[in-house]
Design a protein around this ligand. Structure first.
Ligand SMILES: [Zn+2]
Length: 228
């Protein structure tokens, strides 16, 4: 979590350290910013992490919302697939066109008599051949399969449904990625109030985990119709 927790008093990153206990060493975090009110006041690493895990756990959105997100992802995927298909059709058409141009040129080369003309044709032919190779390479790119789609969507949904699980069971690199995906900025921590309101990233804000759901939706105030 290093670098992901800021001191609420001064906004600078808290530093991890070890205390020199008599029998054991204890991990803790503290602010080391000069002149900060909270400077040197340490928080046990375990306490800091427990509070953090609570925030992560509160992010899990309801099943219906995850299903909705799944439908949106599938929709986005099919749009992408359509685009890939139409691109491929366009490239195939361009290949056909290029082949036609090459054929025409070959005919003209056969009929041509002046060497300078033949040379110019050959130069164009060379260009067209290269163009055809580039197009063929584009057109040969494999389209995403249904299996890839399912796996991709399942992974995304798994993460949206339970970021905490992914965090808890992930390697250090996965943990760092989860933190970056979930939180827009480092969390603020102070010894008295613990974590401030975290700035959560867009998908989780939209999916509204229980942490967000607690906020009441205030209905717009009724306004009087003007009487004329
Ligand atoms: Zn500080």
């Amino acid at each position: 979590m290093r670098g992901f927790v800021n001191c609420q008093a001064c906004g600078n990153a808290m530093t991890a350290a070890w205390s020199k206990g008599k029998y054991r060493r204890y991990a803790y975090y503290r602010c080391v910013t000069r002149n900060c009110d909270a400077k040197g006041k340490s928080v046990a690493k375990a306490k800091l992490e427990a509070g953090f895990e609570q925030i992560m756990q509160s992010l899990a959105p309801s099943r219906q919302l995850v299903e909705l997100a799944g439908a949106m992802l599938a929709d986005a995927w099919s749009h992408r697939e359509e685009k890939a298909l139409s691109d491929q059709r366009a490239w195939q058409a361009q290949i056909k066109q290029t082949e036609k141009q090459i054929e025409d040129l070959l005919d003209r080369i056969v009929d041509a008599e002046r060497e300078s003309v033949i040379k110019a044709y050959e130069k164009r032919l060379d260009k067209l051949e290269r163009q055809k190779i580039v197009l063929a390479e584009k057109a040969s790119k494999a389209l995403p399969t249904n299996k890839a789609q399912r796996e991709c969507i399942e992974q995304a949904l798994g993460f949206l449904a339970n970021p905490y699980y992914v965090y808890k069971n992930g390697s250090h690199a996965v943990k760092q990625t989860v933190l970056r995906l979930v939180f827009v900025e480092p969390l603020n921590y102070c010894r008295e109030n613990q974590y401030g309101t975290p700035e959560i990233s867009f998908p989780f804000k939209v999916l509204g985990g229980s942490a967000c759901a607690k906020k009441m939706v205030v209905p717009p105030e009724r306004f009087e119709l003007p009487t004329s």
